[in-house]
Design a protein around this ligand. Structure first.
Ligand SMILES: [Zn+2]
Length: 586
């Protein structure tokens, strides 16, 4: 439990926070050990350790050394009144990538979320970003200074002995005014101080860079790029992706404004990708239509705004009401047309070369296989307007499942060529018994319903969209800015910037599952603006950052957007838990 630390912004497990030292400081933080004033750190077994069990003596920022469980002085720490923990024997993290992952994640899991974690004496400009990505809040310059005294010059992507360098590849205040020969000519102590200064400045720059990434919500992309220079850190990231999925799932927002850039093999393992794929299976029901049409993705999002999809839609236009469209894409797998606005379907970018590596093929195939396995009974016919690798994936899955898929593209043909489009048009006309366009309301309501199910769970959409006696539902606004109203009262709106559906109080009242599974119970007050963590009595553990939630207490009922995960709202003593949209006194 902390008193002088507050987490303000999250990007996955990484956090921007405020530490009330003698002056207020931001985490991720690089502490300069020479100026360590204002910090009171005690070890288990120290004479004033007992003070940490009470709140009364707590008047300044304080921290506790966290000993491994095997240590004789190990104490269970979660109930202590302390602002930060110092991970003891952190240098043992460097023994293997596995130890690195295990100890940091175990430690973070053992600590309350509103307490900062300091991993001392191991920070380098190379590993700082991934340490913060894992949920560490504080590093220090010990290693940078030490390396300086050892004659080691640190760089963004590694280090070298000063004797091996030909040049100083840096523009910091030390390197800008000095040539390598001048540096070598200095006496030992002065050289060590200059090197230490350069190493510290570089680490500080890296910490600032990480803070900027967290603020921008793209730390994952930065980490994928950073680890490339080191096999050790690449192994750390892969182990995190393979073994620590629950840890990151609990901390990853359900939606956000930032584009997800899928540039590396590790990007396929992102929580956002896995979560989308599993929700398409668990929280989506296709509409009753005769034909399933599988289409390739487009670079422009939402897909239906792209040139290629405009052509596909034109080709099937007169029969669109009998067709359900499914988009095949890497890395999301399959995107039903109604979910094309949802995060991250409308907010991802991937380099398109026409070449798919085997891991990408396997993943996308598994998504298509799972979808068809579950939903093929809903369709009479499956048509695929796909060429190249898309077609190969689709053929493989059809063979495995023993289902027949009609292809309307030749293998090496562009799906947007006139021949292919004509073939698509002719095949659809042949399969459909009569012309049936997809009319405005049916199309729009399909989107709103699917998005509600996807966010809250199956059934939410139909509850939201069932009109009560005498009531008239209406969807206004141009795609994708749809707004659902009942007799002029707004129920829900699509917010395409986030890929989310937001609910009004009236909309939320209709959805049982929103009220039961996305519920935040608050104390005896009427919130204005935002609900702070201490005001939360209980919150559903499945709530994630940016989820739509309902809050209720003795005096208020309302809707808003979660700013931390449900478990974090319950365990934290500081910070904004929910941003209030609408509230009503009860
Ligand atoms: Zn420098």
């Amino acid at each position: 439990m902390s008193k002088f630390y507050e987490v303000r912004t999250r990007d996955g497990a990484a956090r921007l926070g405020k530490l009330a030292l003698s002056e207020s400081m931001q985490t991720p933080l690089m502490l300069r050990l020479e100026s360590g004033d204002g910090l009171a750190v005690v070890r288990a077994g120290d004479s004033n350790f007992d003070d940490l069990a009470s709140e009364e003596t707590w008047t300044a920022l304080r921290g506790t050394v966290l000993l491994p469980e095997i240590h004789p002085s190990f104490t269970n720490v979660t109930s202590l009144f302390t602002d930060f923990f110092v991970l003891a024997f952190a240098s043992s993290l460097l023994r293997s990538p596995r130890d690195f992952v295990r100890r940091v994640i175990d430690t973070r899991n053992a600590l309350p979320p509103d307490v900062a974690l300091w991993v001392p004496a191991i920070a380098t400009p190379e590993n700082a970003a991934i340490l913060f990505y894992m949920g560490v809040d504080i590093l220090d310059d010990t290693n940078a200074v030490l390396k300086g005294y050892q004659g080691i010059y640190q760089m963004e992507d590694g280090e070298a002995r000063i004797s091996d360098l030909e040049d100083l590849p840096c523009n910091c205040t030390v390197c800008a005014d000095l040539s390598i020969d001048e540096l070598r000519a200095r006496d030992r102590k002065e050289r060590a101080l200059l090197l230490a200064r350069h190493n510290t400045l570089l680490l500080d720059k890296e910490v600032k860079k990480t803070r900027a990434c967290i603020r921008a919500g793209n730390l994952r992309e930065y980490v994928e790029m950073k680890v490339r220079a080191s096999t050790f850190l690449t192994a750390v990231l892969r182990l995190l992706d393979f073994n620590e999925e629950p840890y990151f799932e609990q901390r990853t927002p359900v939606a956000r404004k930032q584009i997800m850039n899928v540039n590396t093999m590790e990007s396929l393992k992102r929580i956002e990708v896995k979560r989308f794929a599993s929700r398409v299976l668990d929280r989506y029901e296709p509409p009753a239509r005769q034909i399933l049409l599988i289409l390739p993705c487009s670079a422009r999002k939402p897909y239906s705004r792209s040139n290629s999809h405009t052509k596909f839609i034109e080709a099937i236009g007169a029969y669109r009401g009998s067709i359900h469209e499914l988009i095949l894409t890497s890395p999301l797998g399959v995107v039903p047309r109604e979910l094309e606005v949802v995060y991250p379907a409308a907010l991802y970018d991937i380099p398109v070369t026409g070449y798919w590596d085997s891991e990408e093929r396997d993943w996308v195939s598994s998504c298509l296989r799972a979808y068809l396995n579950k939903n093929q009974k809903s369709y009479e016919v499956v048509v695929a307007h796909l060429g190249g690798a898309y077609k190969e994936i689709c053929t493989g899955v059809a063979d495995e499942l023993g289902i027949e898929i009609m292809f309307t593209c030749e293998t090496n043909e562009k799906a947007t060529s006139n021949e292919a489009l004509n073939r698509l048009n002719a095949r659809i006309a042949e399969l459909c018994t009569d012309r049936k366009r997809l009319y405005g309301y049916e199309q729009k309501s399909g989107i709103v319903k699917a998005m509600a199910d996807f966010q809250v769970g199956i059934g939410a959409g139909s509850e939201l969209m069932t009109s009560k006696e005498g009531e008239r539902l209406k969807i206004t606004g141009k795609f994708p800015f749809h707004k659902l109203s009942a007799d002029k009262e707004v129920l829900a709106r699509i917010v395409p910037q986030y890929g989310l559906l937001t609910f009004t109080l009236n909309g939320a009242r209709r959805i049982t599952n929103l009220r039961s599974s996305y519920k935040v119970e608050i104390g005896d007050f009427v919130p204005r603006g935002s609900i702070l963590a201490p005001g939360v009595v209980n919150a559903d553990p499945q709530i994630r950052v940016n989820d739509e939630v309902v809050f209720c207490g003795d005096k208020a009922f309302g809707v808003g957007r979660a700013k931390m995960s449900g478990w974090e709202m319950v365990q934290s003593r500081k910070g904004v838990a929910v941003q209030v949209r609408e509230v009503e006194e009860v």
